[in-house]
Write a protein that binds this ligand. Structure first.
Ligand SMILES: NC(=O)C1=CN([C@@H]2O[C@H](COP(=O)(O)OP(=O)(O)OC[C@H]3O[C@@H](n4cnc5c(N)ncnc54)[C@H](OP(=O)(O)O)[C@@H]3O)[C@@H](O)[C@H]2O)C=CC1
Ligand SMILES: O=C(CO)COP(=O)(O)O
Length: 349
């Protein structure tokens, strides 16, 4: 039975929200799992499953499905926000309309809003009245829901402008299967988590084209270089990109069969259109919108992001994927580290 002081709410019952609800339930918390889909709520409460998003997994009984957001959030301090980036604003507006006392929001989504170029923590702070927001925490890192739900060893990082809040969330989630580190670099953690999806799409494409591991390693390494260049120019700590939210998440997303971004890229590389691919996925492929946002960020911050630019042309301007690889391989010769070193010099790091 849920005790009021030992409960948390997870908003969004997709694969990640449900897997994280399981971690919290394993830690003894009553978890209110909100979904906008009433049928799914019934399934969670009647059968303790969420078959569409985590097939074959039995959910702990401490997880209770809620169709009413105000009931789910009543007397709750900890809210875990687990919807795709494009739904964040809409859902935050719904949350702020029903909460009456301050909440701590932990967001676990990986994206950047195109056009506004805002990170998710910035959107949350813009939409939530200050008096209702205790703190915003970000949880990110190499963590496929499918493996977390099987209680396989997983590591993530949490960050916040309020490090006491980040430590509170570390305590809430950490257990023997799910190890949580703190990191004080909010920009780096959010940029690393969002932009690795672009590179996973690109790796999926080259795998789909039949290129091998050399191409994969090249995209991952040079992809991390361009993520680090942009992130550092935006104010991130460059070391964050060698951590869980940087290289860690890049590795898992570019190499795992679970990755929706890699799978979508793979289908594109095999000749499917973007529309066909997105229709067939049934789950969010964050990297597509993030490619647009990162392309705009590269323009704004005047940072070289060749992989992002080529992927943008493949996704949105009809460029042939093989020609895109030609463009990347045919660029004028350059130094491996010089651009990042120049950015570090500009920032006196
Ligand atoms: N899956 C994973 O392993 C991981 C995912 N993430 C990140 O977590 C975020 C969520 O991803 P994930 O759970 O995988 O996505 P899924 O596609 O698995 O699920 C998304 C969930 O959000 C719901 N949703 C979509 N739009 C709205 C809306 N407007 N209002 C309310 N609910 C909505 C969906 O409902 P419906 O069923 O009706 O579509 C679904 O329940 C993404 O940013 C992703 O990058 C981060 C780490 C790991
Ligand atoms: O972020 C993830 C793993 O850390 C999930 O990646 P996908 O969205 O590509 O499945």
């Amino acid at each position: 039975m849920e005790e009021k002081q030992k409960a948390a709410a997870v908003v969004g019952a997709g694969s990640w929200g449900t897997a994280l609800a399981m971690v919290l339930a394993d830690n003894g918390l009553g978890v209110r799992l909100w979904s906008h889909n009433e049928e799914q709520v019934k399934e969670i409460n009647q059968f303790h499953t969420n078959k569409k998003y985590l097939p074959g997994i039995d959910l702990p009984e401490l997880i209770v499905g809620y169709a009413s957001l105000s009931d789910a959030l009543a007397n709750i301090k900890h809210v875990i926000l687990a919807v795709p980036t494009k739904a964040i604003r809409e859902v935050i507006r719904k949350i702020q309309a029903v909460v009456t006392s301050p909440i701590m929001i932990t967001h676990v989504s990986k994206g950047i809003e195109p056009d506004t170029l805002m990170r998710i923590s910035e959107i949350i702070k813009e939409e939530m009245p200050e008096e209702l927001l205790d703190a915003v925490v970000v949880l990110s890192g190499p963590s496929h829901a499918e493996e977390v739900s099987l209680r396989h060893p997983t590591t993530v990082a949490v960050t916040s402008e309020n490090m006491e809040a980040a430590e509170e969330i570390q305590d809430l989630f950490i257990n023997h299967n799910f190890r949580v580190y703190t990191n004080s670099d909010v920009i780096g953690v959010e940029i690393g988590g969002a932009l690795k999806n672009i590179i996973a799409l690109a790796v999926g494409i080259t795998d789909g084209l039949g290129y091998g591991d050399n191409a994969k390693a090249a995209l991952m390494t040079r992809g991390l270089a361009e993520i680090a260049r942009l992130g550092t120019k935006m104010g991130a700590n460059p070391l964050t990109f060698s951590g869980l939210a940087g290289i860690g998440d890049l590795i898992v997303t570019c190499t795992s069969v679970h990755s929706r971004n890699w799978r979508a890229g793979n289908l594109l590389g095999k000749g499917k259109t973007l529309e066909e691919v997105l229709d067939s996925m049934g789950m969010v492929v964050e990297g597509v919108r993030t490619t647009k946002a990162a392309y705009q960020l590269a323009e704004k911050y005047e940072v070289k992001m060749p992989i992002t630019r080529v992927l943008y042309d493949v996704l949105f301007n009809g460029k042939n994927a093989k020609d895109g690889v030609e463009v990347l391989m045919g660029r004028s010769k350059t130094h491996e580290m010089e651009d990042l070193v120049n950015i570090l010099d500009e920032r006196n790091i």
